[in-house]
Design a protein around this ligand. Structure first.
Ligand code: FMN
Ligand code: SF4
Length: 514
């Protein structure tokens, strides 16, 4: 019988040498006359163990990692195909605590299946949700999603079912489903991991969305910096068309749904939904004034769903297992699970899917293992470059939308970036303003001018020029940007700045920079 070995082809694993590891394993097996089937999966999300090689023994998967090409001859010599002992041996993959303690619903197949194998997808529960959806009238599909409590995972946490109902109720001959795969937030990679590891779940989620609102065309707006995700999506879409899951007659239902991937041009603001629509229409990514909402007048002026990758990819399991199943995960008004991404100065960076309600401390220490530098963690930034800095004294906060709002923070897309005690928070505040100045679309004054003035004011504070006065100017500027900006870029830049001022004031009053 042929031995089966999995080597991930996720971008994170590839960047750490997974391709050379795969080639070395194939060569070593051939040299030794071993019949070996090499399968390429997505990542299990334990980034510090990549490339994570898995061997199938009696139907179970055993992990070794992080493996480099030079380890391969030694692994064969140690009998790793039969779970032989080796310093890189990790035991059964599903029993590694980081992995086994998660609650994987959206990511249930990521790292498990071969990403573009439709048969693998279906044999692991794929397309069960679409089959349920095809048996329901549109309004009932929308009701199931509403009842599940799913809120948008792109950042704004708006209830997905309510957005879909608005599109369903809008009268138009053409409607669209668009997926926001721009994933611009620092420290986030769940969209990428999902698209590279289980593209069919996104395609299925978008197809269900189309059935729910009466759309016949969908677009995935993908950031150009994700070439591996692009190739995987394009191949999965081709396979889905060929098997009748996309196209003129989805699964013989008489319903049409066509799907294309469009590449963005690499601007952070193109992740904001109205800029994304502008960019999809072939124009410069610039924010549109709302109202009208995209759900009423979106792509090419038609009613349009704009949802994040994870929101859409969470829909199939909701349809397959029911609203109550999904809603039973989580706390309060934050229902279901969230793929949390641990990044920055952290020992065990990676993806942790847990129900809302896990504490920051558990994520940072039980999963993350503390800082990579070994020094005490001083702060984390949650929710991307526009997210607040949360000090160590608040690490017992629960991760859910309301608890984070309660401490003046935001969950955003679930990215957590860790910093140790060497971080200078005044410089981080300056960086937030600088980021806004560079990425501003320029449409409104508080953001376009305010962010540039913000960098200058923080520089004056750092250089010790009229500190008390400039600290007040900075507070006033933050208020102007928060209240007067047209969109979240200018409107949320005050979050990191104000949180740095609130929790780390001492960094703004240190001896001046010379
Ligand atoms: C400056 C800015 C950047 C954004 N970037 C993204 C992004 O990269 N991906 C995303 O899904 N949403 C992003 N959003 C949020 C979108 O505007 C929108 O709320 C989201 O795509 C809706 O999908 P959801 O309801 O499924 O979360 C961004 C918002 C702002 C203000
Ligand atoms: S806040 Fe910034 S990015 Fe948003 S519309 Fe105004 S100028 Fe453009």
């Amino acid at each position: 019988m042929s031995a089966i070995v999995y080597v991930p082809k996720d971008a994170s694993a590839l960047s750490l040498g997974a391709e050379t590891v795969a080639l070395a394993i194939a060569k070593e097996a051939a040299d030794r006359g071993i019949d070996l089937t090499l399968k390429r999966n997505g990542s299990r999300g334990m980034c510090w163990l990549e490339p994570l090689v898995e061997v199938v023994i009696a139907g179970e998967r055993y992990a070794y990692g992080p493996v480099s090409a030079s380890d391969v001859p030694g692994l064969f010599a140690a009998g790793f195909l039969h779970n032989g002992p080796h310093s890189l041996q990790l035991g059964r993959t599903d029993r590694i605590k980081y992995f086994s303690s998660q609650q994987r619903l959206t990511f249930v197949r990521v790292g498990v299946t071969e990403p573009t194998s439709l048969s693998d997808y279906i044999s692991h529960g794929g397309y069960d949700g679409l089959r349920t959806a095809l048996s329901l009238p549109p309004a009932e599909i929308v009701q199931v999603v509403t009842d599940s409590g799913l809120r948008g995972r792109g950042g704004a946490a708006f209830p997905t079912g309510i957005k879909w109902k608005t599109v369903l109720d809008a009268r138009a001959s053409q409607k669209y489903v668009t997926c926001n795969a721009d994933e611009g937030d620092s420290g986030t990679f769940s969209d990428r991991m999902l698209m590279e590891g289980d593209p069919f779940v996104l395609i299925e989620g978008m197809t269900i969305a189309a059935l729910a609102v009466g759309a016949a065309q969908g677009f995935i707006y993908l950031r150009i910096e994700y070439p591996h995700a692009y190739r995987t999506l394009v191949e999965a879409i081709r396979v889905a068309y060929e098997a009748g899951y996309l196209g003129a007659d989805v699964l013989g239902s008489g319903r049409r749904f066509d799907l294309e991937v469009r590449l963005g041009a690499g601007a952070y603001i193109c992740g904001e939904e109205t800029s994304m629509l502008e960019s999809l229409e072939g124009r410069r990514g610039e924010v549109r004034v709302r109202p009208p909402l995209p759900a009423i007048k979106g792509l090419f002026g038609q009613p349009t769903i704009v949802n994040n990758v994870i929101s859409l990819a969470s829909v199939p399991i909701i349809l397959a297992r029911g609203a109550a199943f999904y809603r039973n995960y989580g706390v309060g008004r934050s229902q279901g699970t969230l793929p949390i991404q641990l990044a920055g100065n952290i020992q065990r960076g990676g993806l942790v899917e847990r129900a809302f309600g896990v504490s920051l401390r558990e994520l940072l220490y039980d999963y993350g293992g503390g800082s990579a530098s070994g020094r005490p963690l001083r702060a984390v930034q949650i929710g991307g470059p526009l997210g607040a800095y949360v000090p160590a004294s608040q690490f017992d906060t629960i991760v859910d939308y309301e608890s984070l709002t309660g401490i003046g923070a935001l969950l955003g897309h679930g990215g957590i970036v860790a910093f140790d005690d060497t971080v200078d928070m005044a410089r981080m505040a300056r960086y937030a303003m600088e980021f806004c100045a560079i990425e501003s679309c320029g449409k409104c004054t508080p953001c376009r001018i305010g962010s540039t003035r913000g960098v200058e004011v923080i520089d004056r504070i750092l250089y010790g020029v009229d500190r008390a006065k400039n600290l007040q100017v900075l507070e006033d500027l933050c208020e102007t940007m928060a209240e007067g900006s047209l969109c979240g870029l200018g409107g949320m830049t005050p979050f990191p700045v104000r949180s740095a001022l609130r929790h780390f004031r001492e960094d703004f009053t240190k001896p001046p920079v010379r």
